[in-house]
Design a protein around this ligand. Structure first.
Ligand SMILES: Nc1ncnc2c1ncn2[C@@H]1O[C@H](COP(=O)(O)OP(=O)(O)O)[C@@H](O)[C@H]1O
Ligand SMILES: [Mg+2]
Length: 249
């Protein structure tokens, strides 16, 4: 399988506030890549740097054969990077249907919009019954489905999903992640999922990255990390992982 998205020694932050350091990240076609780490370690900043929404100091972002490091966010969207932000990912005062049509604004072809609408509604059939409702009246899990559907409406080549389970009741967390896994399988889309809930996310991942303090502390097979006896200690930073090979063994 080939790499579709890559960052090389990427350093980025907010104006003078340096948040992520020397990140070499790869997402591969046909895979679910997960980025896990506690709150505030730079996961969202990595996603924003891939979208061109933060200050990049050095390094590169490569997507589908293009160097996109200096491209504007909307140009990256047009190239096919689908991004579901952690917050503000639906229009609460618009109907579900209107949210979906707004999301497809970059597509000119009416027929294609209809096709995409049918595709997302077959993936998330629950939304069918709610087309005329204001999005703000949906439950947390349903809003999540809508936000993901909105990204799919733009016919992306990859999907970046930032904390799909944030704020959800524990019993919904597995449902939402399983649904995301099913979506990846059905569509064949490469998916990058950022999650604070490491174990649940690693269950659906193929490749995993763990972050602490703006750096990766693990990179490798998701299930290896999930089954590692020191996962909790690594996650909490109680032990530092300098030798990645020892983690894979
Ligand atoms: N707009 C911003 N301006 C300045 N610092 C920010 C901004 N957003 C996030 N940060 C800082 O960047 C660090 C990483 O944040 P973030 O990438 O959101 O972490 P995560 O997604 O892992 O919870 C935090 O210390 C946070 O305070
Ligand atoms: Mg975040």
């Amino acid at each position: 399988m080939s790499v579709i998205l890559e960052t090389k020694e990427l350093n980025a932050g907010y104006g003078p506030i340096h948040v992520i350091y020397d990140l070499d990240f790869k997402a591969t076609r046909g895979e679910v890549t997960v980025v896990v780490g506690p709150n505030g370690v730079g996961k969202t900043t990595l996603m924003k740097s891939i979208m061109g929404l933060v200050t990049t100091y050095s390094g590169q972002v490569l997507f589908d054969g293009h160097d996109i490091t200096n491209m504007l966010p909307h140009e990256r969207t047009k190239l096919g990077i689908g991004y579901m932000p952690q917050v503000g990912n639906i229009f609460s005062h618009l109907s579900v249907e209107h949210n979906l049509t707004m999301a497809s604004f970059i597509m000119k072809d009416e027929g294609m919009i209809q096709d995409k609408m049918e595709m997302v509604l077959s993936l998330f059939p629950r939304l069918k019954g709610y087309m005329k409702r204001d999005a703000g009246t949906l439950s947390g899990g349903e809003r999540q489905m809508l936000a993901e559907s909105m990204v799919l409406m733009r016919d992306p080549k990859i999907m970046l999903v930032d904390e799909p389970t944030a704020g959800l009741m524990p019993k919904l967390v597995t449902d939402v992640l399983k649904k995301l896994e099913e979506m990846a399988e059905t569509t064949g889309l490469p998916v990058v999922v950022v999650e604070q809930r490491a174990r649940r996310a690693l269950e659906i991942g193929d490749t995993a990255y763990m972050m602490r303090g703006g750096r990766f502390t693990f990179e490798g097979n998701s299930k290896d990390l999930l089954n590692h006896p020191h996962l909790t200690d690594m996650y909490l930073g109680a032990i530092e992982v300098h030798d990645l090979k020892s983690v894979r063994e």
